[in-house]
Design a protein around this ligand. Structure first.
Ligand code: ADP
Ligand code: MG
Length: 656
């Protein structure tokens, strides 16, 4: 069954080398019950670890079930351990906070075959703990805990049971019970190897091997080991090739188990979980809020821009240099009705032309007065500014031509003059001239520091002749036929303007033609940059959150080193351990992500109230947030998980 020939093992710690085993040759047959005895430090545990495939020898040869294990990988050994060996340790190594039955079931996670597993509840019954299935280790006595550990060792129906000082932490009565249990198992066909330094314990064995300073001193068969038929047949089953589960099935099974375990572990450590996920929560909330804010700002800007007119061009006199001082654009107005007509006649693809004059005015109603901007406009204003009145009506072209004294008020003006009173039909005085209120302009909102609702609109002709007494325009709005022709129209208008009389004091072009579409594009670019900046902030907080996760995962790995050692001893492969910790960190991050999404949504709702932008959280941004938190979980969990996976099982078990 096991054959060691001249096996050696040396430990090196800095300059000191300890030759723990110096040439051990040994043959173990099925059905034996062996006690390995010797003083502390003589190499018993080292030998048992080798026999149990937890470690590889340095020199000599080692055959296990007829195969030389020299060429076996870590995972091959883990597989062999899971299929053939059960371990019992002096410190029991039960998972705390886990019920007896779940502890016993643990090795089942790592089996690769669908048959010959024992029933965990039946096993607990067999070791006399049938009533204690759901008890946790801290609710059991030492002897009971060790019996749980023995049941765990038996769950994969091993052919070999190995125990390192199984009674070392027990009182003598419990110790006796454990040894009697081993005896019964041996009689049932399992090969048992027990390491002990107590002669009393060794008495239960059929064969006693003494070692001293890493060498076998005596090997005495007390009761001939009967290679029972059962032992031989069990051995045959164990070494026969078995049908493994398809890999995907095996991994999905493990995935769910690990998911459950991770969720439970995180649930048990509630405070710690929530604190370590805090960074992710904030990061994800930031992602959600930023995305909503970004798109909200963008849509609000384009809404405002639509109010300023799409496909719109504005012609106005350029700034003048008077005595070398550059004046404000449009300071001196020289746009005539004739020029306005030329535009419609000579430039193609123009849908509408709408001249305007602007001036500051004093407006009075009853005892109240306000200072506001008056725009003298034609009916073209209606389309250029999408200014369909919220209440009342716009004036007609005829009313404009006949210089009617009619006015439409912006919301701010209504508020300051009328308060809650309905202004329609009232007469206000603009610069002491009475005007009848016929409509209220639609709500526009503020663009920057400028209040777009602090305005009144009167007919162009009325403004020019009754308010201002001038016969030229301040600017001419042009609406291009469609978006494609805007640039061409701009070019043509500029050409045309060169034939117009030069304004005094200007140098090159006297007129400028502004394309509002390009301003809109510039605005959009600005908001895009803004959202990107905000996204960068979100990314940084996610990275910081990820580092927090990595930190807590490293702590978790360090805390659970013995658990990892145990899992490996009972057959977990490196990939299993890696998966366990990766899942834990991803679950942690996703949890943070979900909380972050709800938190972010609340923030968005509040921001929406404050800005009045009607912000919303899109499905895409939720998916993006969850996806990025899962990625953070994988990215930052990888290193701790690798640390865990690469632990050496013996050293991990020995750690405190
Ligand atoms: P036993 O179980 O008989 O008490 P061990 O097999 O544990 O003894 O150890 C045998 C010798 O090897 C001891 O001298 C011990 O100090 C040394 N030793 C065991 N494990 C290590 C290790 N990981 N690193 C260095 N020395 C070790
Ligand atoms: Mg030992």
């Amino acid at each position: 069954m096991i054959k060691l020939t001249n096996v050696t093992k040396t430990y090196r710690m800095g300059d000191i080398t300890v030759r723990a085993l110096r040439g051990v040759s040994l043959r173990i047959d099925p059905g034996e019950f062996i006690a390995i005895m010797g003083q502390s430090g003589s190499g018993k545990s080292t030998l048992l670890h080798l026999l149990g495939l937890l470690d590889k020898p340095e020199g000599g040869t080692f055959e296990f079930l007829g195969k030389d294990i020299a060429g076996f990988s870590d995972d091959d050994l883990a597989g062999l351990r899971s299929e053939t060996i059960g371990f019992v340790f002096q410190q029991f190594h039960l998972l705390s906070r886990t019920s007896a039955i779940d502890n016993v079931s643990l090795p089942l996670i790592y089996r690769r075959h669908s048959h010959h597993a024992a029933n965990p509840a039946g096993l607990l019954e067999q070791v006399g703990l049938g009533e204690r299935l759901t008890h946790r280790p801290n609710e059991l006595s030492g002897g009971q805990q060790q019996r749980v550990a023995i049941a765990r060792a038996l769950v994969n129906q091993p052919v070999l049971l190995m125990a390192d000082e199984p009674t070392g932490n027990l009182d003598s009565a419990s110790g006796r019970e454990i040894m009697e249990l081993f005896q019964r198992l041996n009689q049932a066909g399992i090969t048992v190897i027990v390491v002990t330094h107590e002669p009393k314990i060794a008495e239960y064995a059929r064969r006693v091997i003494h070692i001293e300073d890493g060498q076998i001193k005596s090997d005495e068969v007390r009761v001939p080991g009967i290679a029972s038929a059962k032992a031989v047949s069990q051995l045959a089953t164990a070494s026969s090739p078995e049908v493994a589960l398809p890999p995907w099935q095996e991994w999905s099974r493990k995935f769910w188990i690990h998911l459950q375990q991770a969720s439970r572990a995180l649930f048990i450590n509630k405070l710690r979980t929530s604190l370590s996920a805090l960074g992710i929560v904030i990061g994800v909330a930031a992602v959600i809020a930023m995305l909503a804010l970004g798109s909200g700002a963008q849509s609000s800007v384009s809404k405002q821009m639509a109010g300023l007119g799409s496909n719109r061009l504005v012609v106005r006199p350029d700034a003048q240099n008077i005595g070398g001082v550059r004046q404000q654009t449009g300071n001196v107005s020289r746009l005539t009705p004739k020029q306005s007509e030329q535009l419609t006649e000579r430039v193609a693809n123009i849908k509408g032309v709408s001249p305007e004059v602007r001036t500051r005015v004093q407006i009075v109603w009853g005892g109240r007065n306000a200072n506001t901007e008056a725009a003298g406009a034609t009916t073209g204003y209606l389309e250029v500014y999408s200014a369909k009145p919220a209440y009342g009506r716009f004036f007609t072209e005829e009313e404009n031509q006949t210089r009617q004294r009619l006015v439409l008020l912006g919301a701010t003006v209504v508020k300051s003059l009328f308060g809650e009173i309905n202004p329609l039909g009232e007469t206000v005085k603009i610069n002491r001239v009475p005007f009848q209120v016929i409509g209220i302009l639609p709500l526009r909102g503020a663009s920057g520091p400028r209040d777009e609702d602090d305005v009144v609109v009167v007919p162009l002709q009325t403004a020019m002749h009754r308010l201002l007494g001038k016969n030229y325009y301040d600017l001419i709005n042009i609406t291009a036929a469609d978006a494609q022709s805007v640039n061409q129209v701009q070019e043509d208008v500029l050409q045309l303007s060169k034939s117009w009389p030069k304004l005094p004091g200007t140098t090159e072009g006297s007129y400028r033609v502004d394309n509002l579409a390009s301003i809109q594009q510039a605005f959009t670019a600005v908001t895009k940059t803004l959202s990107m900046l905000l996204a960068a902030i979100a990314a940084i907080s996610l990275i910081v959150g990820g580092i927090g996760i990595m930190n807590i995962m490293l702590v978790s790995v360090a805390e659970r080193t013995r658990e990892i050692g145990l899992r490996k001893a009972i057959g977990a492969r490196n990939a299993d351990i890696m998966m366990q910790f990766l899942i834990e960190s991803v679950v942690l991050c996703l949890l943070g992500g979900l909380i972050g999404v709800s938190f972010g949504t609340i923030v968005v709702l509040i921001l929406s109230k404050i800005t009045g932008w009607g912000l919303g959280v899109s499905v895409l941004s939720v998916l993006l947030a969850c996806g990025s938190s899962a990625l953070v979980g994988i990215g930052f969990g990888l290193w701790p998980a690798r640390q865990a996976a690469q632990l050496n099982p013996i050293e991990a078990l020995r750690s405190e």
